[in-house]
Design a protein around this ligand. Structure first.
Ligand code: FES
Length: 215
C-alpha cells in the first residue's frame, strides 16, 4: 500500500437539519481560485446566514435549517437531445445556473428557447469542452455507446461567487436522505438556504440574490 492509498478520502456528512461537515479535504478554494483555510473536520454554512461564510458560525441554530425537498421543485428528469455524433443529456432539476453553457456556446445551448439544446450546431469537441465546465452535473453526453459523466480530477471544493459549493473529484456525500448527485464526480451543494432541491443547488441563489461579498 503506498502513501496515496493510505490517505483518507474527503467526505461531506450532514442531515436535513445540520450544516455540511467536511472531513479530510485538502483543496478548498474561493471563487477567485485562492486557497481557503482548512481543518481536518470543518463545518460549512448551508443556511446562507453565517457571518463567516463559507464556514458555519452557528447562526442556523436560531432559525433552524430546513433541508427538505420542496414538492414544487423542478423535477429530477433527464432529457436527451440527439445529434448526428453526440447525444446531450440534461437534468434541469440540478442545474445551478452557472451559465457557462449559454455563454460559451450559445448556438447549441439557447437561453430561453423552447428546444434549448441543438447538438448539431457546434463540433463535438466544442460541446464536450463546455459540458466539462458544467459544475452541477446537469449536462452530460453520450458518444456511440459510451455515456460520459465522470471526469478525473482531485477532490476539491470551490465556493462559487454568490452561489453554491462546487464539488469535484468524487467527494462522497452521506446524509439522512440518501442524496445521490447526478454525477458522482461533480455536483453543486446549496449554501444560500433557498434551493427547493436540497441539498443540491437549483439556481435559487440567483433569484433570491444571495450575496457573499468575501468569497
Ligand atoms: S446556492 Fe444555489 S440554490 Fe442555494
Amino acid at each position: 500500500m503506498n502513501d496515496n492509498d493510505k490517505k483518507k478520502k474527503p467526505a461531506i456528512v450532514f442531515t436535513r437539519y445540520t450544516p455540511y461537515m467536511v472531513s479530510d479535504l485538502e483543496n478548498f478554494y474561493n471563487s477567485k481560485g485562492e486557497k481557503l483555510p482548512i481543518k481536518p473536520v470543518m463545518s460549512l454554512c448551508r443556511c446562507g446566514l453565517s457571518k463567516n461564510k463559507p464556514f458555519c458560525d452557528g447562526t442556523h441554530t436560531a432559525k433552524g435549517i430546513d433541508g427538505e425537498k420542496q414538492p414544487d421543485r423542478t423535477k429530477d428528469r433527464v432529457v436527451n437531445y440527439k445529434g448526428k455524433d453526440i447525444i446531450i443529456h440534461d437534468n434541469r432539476g440540478v442545474c445551478s445556473l452557472d451559465h457557462s453553457c449559454v455563454n460559451l456556446l450559445p448556438a447549441v445551448f439557447r437561453r430561453h428557447a423552447k428546444r434549448w439544446v441543438l447538438p448539431d450546431e457546434a463540433s463535438v469537441g466544442e460541446i464536450i469542452g463546455v459540458i466539462e465546465k458544467c459544475p452541477s452535473g446537469a449536462l452530460s453526453y453520450t458518444i456511440g455507446n459510451r455515456k460520459c459523466t465522470e471526469l478525473d480530477r482531485p477532490p476539491a471544493i470551490k465556493v462559487a461567487k454568490n452561489g453554491p459549493l462546487e464539488i469535484t473529484g468524487g467527494i462522497t456525500i452521506r446524509d439522512d436522505m440518501e442524496s445521490k448527485p447526478e454525477s458522482v464526480e461533480h455536483y453543486t451543494l446549496c449554501r444560500c438556504g433557498n434551493s427547493k432541491n436540497k441539498p443540491f443547488c437549483d439556481g435559487a441563489h440567483e433569484k433570491t440574490k444571495f450575496v457573499d461579498d468575501v468569497n
